[in-house]
Design a protein around this ligand. Structure first.
Ligand code: G
Ligand code: G
Ligand code: NA
Ligand code: MN
Length: 253
């Protein structure tokens, strides 16, 4: 497969980069975290979206070394910020289903430890689907990660098939409301209901909640009114390269 070969060349040749999207508090607009997002600038082709190549990497198994690189790079960046005297916010890294199935909690911890980081500076984002594929393994890994102090978020929440009884047993810290629901707020009544229900449910389960894909002030107002104070989206910040992310850390109150 040509794309698989190109991905391997890209990793070996340093063509991947991480961008960092701010997670922001709606109370005072303070910076509360970053999500690391993979970017591939293929020489002579321009940017290729992770939406295109992540599914291929997932199929071929290349997602395991690639996902390890993403986590290692995010940790390397956190370490560099600390060494520069900055006070970094936690960085979240996306963990694909196959990567989660392949690894033990120790495998993830080893990468974080390599950089001498406090585990609470790192958050792993997993999808409901990743958990459902091998529930016993996922529950074991997530429980071990939690015991190590590594935060775990359920990404794209509401789009998977997780039942509430199983959500109750999931040892995670955060729910991220999928942007397909946030998108309809506040004009689509059904989306308003779904979003406000997820916020209330997260609160009752003692979980943090982050709304994704917030683009408009009306959406932020609705979320604030329903007690969701953490948002991620174009309204409060696009994904930016590490140098610009560092500027946001410098400006932090
Ligand atoms: O950044 P963008 O919106 O183009 O990302 C498209 C998709 O690729 C999203 O679903 C996002 O979660 C996923 N993605 C981005 N970076 C990573 C990564 O480092 N690992 C994994 N597994 N998925 C990623
Ligand atoms: O699947 P995941 O939730 O990880 O997807 C993250 C993707 O969403 C990233 O590729 C990022 O570029 C994209 N994204 C972030 N904020 C917004 C937004 O406000 N609107 C839209 N349409 N996409 C966003
Ligand atoms: Na994500
Ligand atoms: Mn997400």
């Amino acid at each position: 497969l040509a794309l698989d070969r190109d991905l391997r060349t890209a990793l070996a040749g340093g063509q991947f980069q991480l961008h960092y999207q701010p997670k922001v508090s709606l109370i005072d607009f303070s910076l509360e975290g970053f999500e690391a997002l993979l970017r591939w600038e293929k020489p002579g082709h321009g940017m290729i979206s992770p939406g295109e190549f992540i599914p291929v990497a997932e199929d071929t198994g290349f997602i395991v070394p690639l996902g390890d690189w993403v986590l290692d790079e995010a940790c390397r960046q956190l370490r560099a910020w600390l060494d520069d005297g900055l006070d970094p916010v936690p960085v979240a890294v996306n963990i694909s289903p196959r990567h989660l199935r392949h690894h033990s909690a120790e495998d993830f911890r080893r990468i974080i430890d390599r950089h001498g980081l406090s585990p609470d500076l790192v958050e792993l984002e997993i999808t409901e689907g990743a958990v459902m594929q091998d529930m016993d393994h996922a529950l074991e890994v997530l429980a071990a990660l939690k015991a190590m102090g590594i935060r775990v978020a359920v990404d794209d929440f509401g789009t998977g098939h997780s039942s509430l009884s199983y959500l109750k047993r999931l040892p995670v810290t955060t729910l991220k409301i999928d942007r397909s629901f946030v998108n309809g707020v506040p004009s689509v009544r059904e989306d308003n209901g779904i979003v406000s229900t997820i916020i209330a449910m997260a609160d009752m389960l003692g979980l943090d909640v982050v709304a994704e894909g917030v683009e408009k002030p009306e959406q932020a107002n609705f979320l604030r009114h329903h007690n969701c104070t953490l948002v991620q989206g174009w309204l409060t910040g696009r994904p930016v390269p590490a140098v610009q992310a560092a500027d946001l850390l410098v400006k932090r109150i």
